[in-house]
Write a protein that binds this ligand. Sequence first.
Ligand SMILES: [Zn+2]
Length: 349
Amino acid sequence: MSSFRIATVRGIPIKIHWTFFILPLFYGLSAGSTAGAVRGVVFILLLFACVVAHELGHSIAAQFYGIRVKEILLLPLGGLAQITRMPRRPIHEFFIAIAGPAVNILIVIILGLLVPSVLDLRRLSQQAVALAGVDLLRDLTIANLYLAVFNLLPAFPMDGGRVLRALLNMVLPLTTATSIASWVGRVFAIGFVMLGLATSSWTLTLIGMFIFFGAGAENSMVQQGARWQARTVADLMRPATSLHPFDLIGQIEPMVRASAQPVYPVIDGARLEGMVSREAVLQGLHYFGAGTPVQAITARAHYVHPDIPIDALYEILSMRHLPGVLVIDGKQLLVVVGVDDVLQVVNPA
Ligand SMILES: [Zn+2]
């Protein structure tokens, strides 16, 4: 188990990844004194409370639009609110993305009101400042300001990048908007890595690398999703040769071997008895011999309606390890669709 739950808010489990504990440990150990160590750990915990609040901002906005939030995961580099689906409209994505940084701005305002001296410490002695914990609050205020500004940089898939994508998506198709946002994100990412290397800031270097790969991954996910959504099973159907239960494996084997049809409906008169895969015919010949009827190797028929989307079909094929399915509209057997046809749509040559 690599992460564990610390709380549940509005039905959303808040989980901490084990690597998260490296951070307070690091700050505790790198401090010069015990008091410094305690302060460092307290600061990190308060900061992460703010990160949780940021993620809850995204989550509550998502729930407002009827999107389920699977969990909030806390990693050393920050939090991650995992929403279960894309927002339906660009304006929804805009508000979900901006809700996180907005929470940090709110925290800055509240801290500023609670401790008016937070941003003006010149009148207090250093000792008084430390005793009152004011310096801790000041650091927390600055950190929240930093969190809001950094997250709002248009470095997709960070919040600012999502805001950019949402704005572009108001006038452009999702695929184009995502392509542009992810290129902008990658330029920022390269900038972060170079700045991180130049200043020996490993955190910034690492964040830059995460953004670079994250932008690429999310872009290809959106492009692939669009390819899938545009097509239904009806686009992939091919005419099917059917078999009779009493056909002998030896008789049909040359035809099956020469054909690319992945599965065969087994039909007796008007009755669908089941289906046989190309693989099953070739193996049946090997194990049972040429004189065995097709009946002996017939399996249960798996069929789908021509209207189902390709991604749903892909799930059925991969979950049941099927080489293909029959397509049936009402009572009528139309054709078959194989896993290779589906894969060709997903990864066109
Ligand atoms: Zn965020």
